[in-house]
Write a protein that binds this ligand. Structure first.
Ligand SMILES: [Cu+2]
Length: 123
């Protein structure tokens, strides 16, 4: 079960249960707002922040950022906002101009997993 859109990048739901029962699709969380956005060209951001359409399981949800060579660049481990369990962010060092990829894996509160990636550009 997967879907693709130019605006959101690549998004994949990957739990075995859901491969068989499409009706459970609503148990998955998907990005609602991504900052920087997919395909955006921005000044070096201090963090990548994604708001999902439902609460995340902090222990299993991750957000990483890689540079053009596929090397991790995030300054710290990603974290789910304690006050806003639907928001996950990761701090960044000062990034040099270039293309970067965001990789996220979101585990919903009920254990269903989705993941995806998208790119943005630092001017
Ligand atoms: Cu699932």
């Amino acid at each position: 079960m997967w879907r693709v859109s130019a605006r959101m990048g690549r998004v994949i739901a990957s739990c075995g249960v859901c491969m068989m029962f499409a009706a459970t699709a609503s148990a998955h969380v998907f990005p609602k707002h991504q900052d920087p956005g997919a395909g955006a060209s921005v000044s070096a951001p201090k963090e990548v922040r994604i708001q999902f359409d439902g609460p995340l399981e902090p222990a299993f949800s991750t957000l990483t950022v890689t540079d053009g060579n596929g090397k991790d660049v995030e300054a710290a481990k990603s974290a789910v906002d304690a006050a806003h369990p639907d928001v996950m962010s990761v701090a960044l060092p000062s990034l040099t101009p270039g293309h970067y990829a965001v990789h996220w894996a979101a585990v919903a509160a009920d254990g269903h997993r989705t993941h995806g990636d998208y790119t943005f550009e630092v001017k």
